[in-house]
Ligand binder design. Structure first.
Ligand code: GDP
Ligand code: MG
Length: 288
């Protein structure tokens, strides 16, 4: 996996040379540039200086390994495992418009298909006909069956209910519900999500509420996440658009800020451009 954000660090560590104050300045710039955020960057720099001193490390090359280990240790505090053992496992997908919910659902269905899971998706973003059609296209690509609204604008909660009901009746392994993400009606949106959850929980427990975040939006994306985390009972994060982003530090930043694990990572617009999150591989790629 070639993540372009490793570029932020590659120039920094590719020579064997003594660690100087310039090294620390460059490292700080690289961390901020990679979207670790000011707070986390500060914490990490303090931690690294401390270790460099304690272990009498003098070479930039050894600092590179230390940075990689620091990132890996911090990432390892979060469990990226998706809880999909219920039958069916019901997964609710939330997030603001344009972050990649609908495409992620298609990719997720494809990903689950690789593990021989039968997937049913529900089009609970019912307001725009185009949204239903887009999910239909992605569900087909991902090999999933779909429940659509009977008419445009049907109550999203009733579509979610019908989807889960069919999932139970027909023995699907995983039921994934797409939702709307209009930001201008945030209050209404949170009410709608709560209602969808309540209605589903009349039938079966919800296994995962995944909040999709666009990795290219940085701190802005974090602000958006707050309302969902407060009101929607989010169990995990999906980070999309990491392919076009030089900001892989966002992954760690977002976990530490929200206290929620990243469970899936999207890296492109193709059907197979979604993977689970493997912390040590990520740390390795970030500082390679
Ligand atoms: P939604 O409004 O949250 O349902 O977002 P969509 O699924 O409609 O996606 C919005 C746009 O983001 C589309 O053009 C997608 O192709 C694009 N997109 C989604 N995920 C990724 C990704 O991982 N990488 C890239 N480059 N684009 C993505
Ligand atoms: Mg959508």
């Amino acid at each position: 996996m070639a993540w372009s954000f490793s570029k932020a660090f590659s120039g920094l560590f590719n020579r064997s040379e003594p660690i100087t104050e310039d090294t620390w300045d460059d490292l700080e710039m690289a961390l901020i540039g990679a979207d670790f955020g000011p707070d986390l960057s500060d914490e990490m720099l303090t931690e690294l200086r401390d270790q460099v001193e304690r272990h009498s490390i003098t070479d930039v090359k050894d600092l590179k390994q230390l940075l990689r280990d620091t990132i890996a240790d911090r990432l390892a505090k979060f469990d990226p495992t998706l809880k999909l053992s219920d039958r069916p496992a019901v997964v609710l997908v939330a997030g603001v418009n344009g972050v990649g919910k609908t495409t992620t659902i298609g990719k997720f269905a494809n990903y689950l298909g690789n593990f021989n899971r039968r997937v049913l998706v529900g089009a609970a973003d019912t307001f725009r006909a185009a949204a239903v059609e887009q999910l239909n296209t992605w569900a087909t690509r991902g090999g999933a069956a779909i429940v659509k609204p009977k008419q445009q604008g049907q109550d999203p909660a009733s579509v979610a209910y019908e989807t889960v009901q069919r999932g139970i009746n027909e023995g699907f392994d995983v039921v994934v519900i797409d939702t709307a993400g209009r930001l201008q009606t945030k209050g209404g949106l949170m009410d709608e999500l709560s209602k969808i959850k309540r209605v589903i929980e009349k039938l079966t427990p919800i296994s995962e509420v995944l909040l999709v975040l666009d990795a290219t939006t940085g701190q802005n994306g974090l602000a958006q996440a707050e309302a969902f985390i407060e009101h929607a009972g989010v169990t995990g994060l999906v980070l999309t658009k990491l392919d076009g982003s030089a900001k892989g530090g966002f992954v760690l930043n977002v976990q530490e800020k929200t206290g929620l694990p990243v469970k899936l990572v999207g890296q492109g617009e193709g059907i197979s451009d979604l993977t689970g999150f493997t912390p040590h591989v990520f740390a390795q790629n970030l500082v390679d």
